[in-house]
Design a protein around this ligand. Sequence first.
Ligand SMILES: NC(=O)CC[C@H](N)C(=O)O
Length: 239
Amino acid sequence: MPSLTVGVLALQGGVGEHTGLLRKAAAHLAAKFDFTEVRTTEQLARCDALIIPGGESTTMAIVARRLGLLEPLREFVKVDGKPVWGTCAGLVMLAEEASAAKQGGQELVGGLDVRVLRNRYGTQIQSFVADIQLPFLGEAEKPFRGVFIRAPVVEEIITHSTMGQKTAEPVEVMGVFRKAEAVKGDGGSVEDIVAVRQRNVFGTSFHPELTDDIRIHVWWLKQVLDTARHKGLPVVSAV
Ligand SMILES: NC(=O)CC[C@H](N)C(=O)O
């Protein structure tokens, strides 16, 4: 019997780090998963869920276009409605709109009715780590160490319809970063949206895969399992 297949888009960026944490997270769950790197449409078609890692969204889009993966990715997210999680550049890819995009524009996969602002906190050397409270992990849980590297934030939730009927499901804010506590001298808004979910699509500005904290990976794999059970897919128990 097949186990659930979870892919990590492996065109560029932090691929191995995600696969590593996924394996550790899966050891805490009572179901069997296969984790696989995705570079082709055939590999994508075998996946029940997908992570789009951090890296560089403009590069990722160019490579995805060359490999003929952009349309299949859009279908995976918007038509098949399979669970997808984007971290950092992955969040940019999953946004319907991006500001501070590459000159001449950049292609996106879309799926989240949000506009992201790329490189919200500046360049690579302005990277930082800050504690963020993520209520979906449990109110009593300790904060998550958010690793922000040229990170985007959600600057606006788009309320006009970009996806026809499907916009009926709202964008949920899953995490905010209160900069006043950690980033001094920043003239922007005090709270930035750094984690969102809409339907099957989840995105984070920061990089959980660059920590050894498996909590978000465990949480997301549970969402993948719930979706699979809901769709009637066979879920194989871990022995
Ligand atoms: N660490 C990252 O993934 C950075 C994302 C980058 N700023 C982009 O737009 O793609």
